[in-house]
Write a protein that binds this ligand. Structure first.
Ligand code: SF4
Length: 436
């Protein structure tokens, strides 16, 4: 039997290099914004999320702003920043742990001690209780989660404070408190179980939410979920409640509830800017899952037309998308699952395979470079990274690490005790939720 040959296909996984090539005219690819080729410090003081997939979203007025990055980091080239990051890490040794999210740019990820999704990274930090600092190369809610799970003397640092998450920002704590009051008017006291022992509504929040939302959920008998365990968490929630209030991502909520058999007409959308979320008392009373009007602008870019085109061009293609994609995209794909699911599915393929992937482009390009025996491409033909993840430029990472070497800890993310305590309860409920 002949052993399949593995073609050597050198792939540059750097989205930054691809963007520079597009802007310089050396590449025929297209990008959603040529501004992405500039350093993120050009946008840190401007209103909005900056260029990239979230550039059309409305940023909250109180969103954190980043101070000006010293000019030496803004002007340094890739090789110099690389060398400075390596030197600072070497000087700090075990005193620091650098975490890199799957969607982070290649120039940053290569310096990470751990690479994973937000919850994997928060757990990785737990393995280093003696590290003085955890540098989280991700977005704001992820750094908050790491602060919730790390020791009181550990400092969690976010290299660029402007790295928020437009989806997490779509569920504001005041709006959620207001929603809860309106639901109590329609459904009766929300802390009183009915004759079957079921509460009127269990709040469930996706990990991609602020610590304030996780704290709200913890205070009201609710639970956190990830894209890997959302199904199990929903099933456990229905053992304790008549219905679920799911935020902030309507698509993950809808795709998961549909998969466990909840009819679409029992899943009203809650628009926080309208009375009763834009629903009626009757609809809310009959509902099973109330979906918050939130979405991820990275995953909302994927369409059924892209899947059809991929199948037309590659008849044997395997299409895998993230469950933050709209329902019709998930339905049209061959498989849907978390970033970890996507990575494992590719890793498990024993024969050379063509994969079309519906998730953030930094991860897709890295997978293409890591698995050259397969053809792996992003369903979205436009180079359009997550606006906020992309704010963590290596210049910010070099700055934060060199500040640590100098004995300072900038950009520390702290969750107040009154929020942290119930938020940890909601996370512990998630860890206790097991498939039956
Ligand atoms: S990919 Fe989407 S959910 Fe993740 S950080 Fe970016 S905007 Fe937020």
């Amino acid at each position: 039997m002949s052993i399949p040959t593995i073609p050597v296909r050198p792939i540059d996984p750097s989205v930054e290099h691809a963007l520079q090539a597009i802007v310089g005219g050396a590449s025929a690819e297209s990008t959603c914004s040529t501004d992405l080729a500039a350093g993120p410090w050009d946008f840190d003081t401007r209103p909005g999320y900056g260029p990239g997939s979230s550039m059309g979203d409305v940023i909250p007025t109180g969103a954190p702003r980043q101070g000006e990055l010293p000019v030496e980091y803004r002007e340094a080239g890739e090789d110099e920043l690389d060398a400075r990051i390596c030197a600072a890490k070497k000087a700090l040794g075990d005193r620091v742990v650098v975490l890199g999210h799957f969607y982070q740019r290649e120039e940053v990820v290569r310096h990470a001690d751990y690479v994973g999704d937000s919850f994997q990274l928060a757990n990785a930090a737990l393995e280093h209780p003696d590290a003085e600092a955890i540098v989280f190369c991700g977005v704001h809610f992820m750094a908050e989660t790491a602060d919730l799970l790390s020791g009181p003397d550990q400092a969690v640092l976010l290299p660029n404070l402007a790295a928020g998450c437009s989806m997490a920002d779509m569920a504001d704590i005041d709006q959620v408190e207001d929603c809860w009051e309106q639901l109590a008017d329609v459904l009766g006291p929300l802390d009183e179980a009915d004759e079957d022992g079921l509460l009127p509504v269990i709040p469930v929040t996706y990990m991609n939410s602020s610590a304030a939302i996780k704290g709200f959920v913890g205070r009201h008998g609710g639970i956190v979920c990830t894209s890997s365990n959302a199904r199990t968490v929903l099933e456990r929630a229905f053992e304790r409640g008549r219905r679920v209030l799911f935020f902030p991502d309507q698509h993950l909520g809808r795709n998961t509830a549909k998969a466990i058999g909840v009819p679409l007409d029992l899943m009203p959308l809650w628009n926080p800017r309208r009375p009763l979320g834009g629903s009626s008392a009757d609809v809310l009373q009959n509902s099973r899952v109330i979906l918050w009007h939130g979405f991820c602008s990275v995953h909302r870019r994927f369409t059924v037309a892209q899947i059809e085109q991929a199948r037309a061009e590659h008849p044997a293609v395997r299409v895998i998308v993230h469950p933050e994609c709209p329902m019709e995209v998930v339905d049209a794909a061959d498989e849907a699952g978390s970033t970890d699911f996507i990575r494992k599915a590719i890793d498990a393929a024993t024969e050379p395979t063509t994969f079309a992937i519906g998730t953030e482009i930094n991860l897709v390009r890295r997978l293409a470079a890591q698995y050259p025996q397969h053809e792996i491409f992003c369903l979205d033909p436009v180079v359009c990274p997550c606006s906020t993840m992309y704010r963590i430029h290596p210049g910010y990472l070099a700055w934060v690490l060199e500040e640590l070497v100098a004995g300072r800890a900038p950009n520390r993310i702290r969750v107040s005790d009154d929020v942290a305590q119930p938020a940890r309860v909601a996370l512990e409920r998630m860890l206790a939720a097991r498939p039956r």
